[in-house]
Design a protein around this ligand. Structure first.
Ligand code: 5GP
Length: 138
């Protein structure tokens, strides 16, 4: 059965899309640790990140780098933190989280409340910054 993330890629479930290329997709986490919390996934449905082929892994990481650069440009933060856990959704994904302090990476604190129109605005802002980065994504 397709994972929820494959359904997002297929457009069967809506997402606040940030970026897409041939093999990868980035969208806002629906339950963000911080505003701008983004998930980066390979379109191919692989459960464990390190089961991707070398080529797929490098391609995903380079895509994540572009997304992180756009997040850093648009969200007020010192850095973009990176995490991989993947115990909830069996489809490899990289969490990119705007942070100012180490404790901002805490997945167990109360999640940020971000209204739907603000989620849409943030996704568009990051997407626009990716365009400004002249990435070859679009
Ligand atoms: P993990 O598997 O790394 O523990 O976490 C999965 C992440 O996916 C969580 O942060 C959760 O909020 C996010 N998530 C789960 N279902 C959906 C969904 O349907 N849409 C979006 N945008 N994010 C989701």
């Amino acid at each position: 059965m397709a994972t929820i993330f494959s359904k997002i890629v297929a457009g069967e479930i809506p997402s606040y899309k940030v970026a897409e290329d041939e093999n990868n997709y980035a969208f806002l986490d629906i339950n963000p640790v911080a505003p701008g919390h983004t998930l980066v996934i390979p379109k191919r449905e692989v459960d464990y990140l390190f089961d991707l082929t070398d080529e797929e892994y490098v391609d995903l990481q380079l895509f994540a780098k572009r997304v992180a650069t756009a997040i850093k440009q648009t969200m007020p933060c010192q850095r973009v933190g990176v995490a991989v856990m993947g115990l909830e959704v069996p489809h490899a994904h990289i969490h990119l989280i705007p942070i100012n302090e180490e404790k901002d990476m805490n997945f167990f604190k109360e999640k940020a409340t971000v209204a739907p129109d603000e989620m849409a605005r943030i996704a568009q802002t990051i997407a626009d910054a990716m365009g400004n980065n002249h990435s070859e994504l679009f």
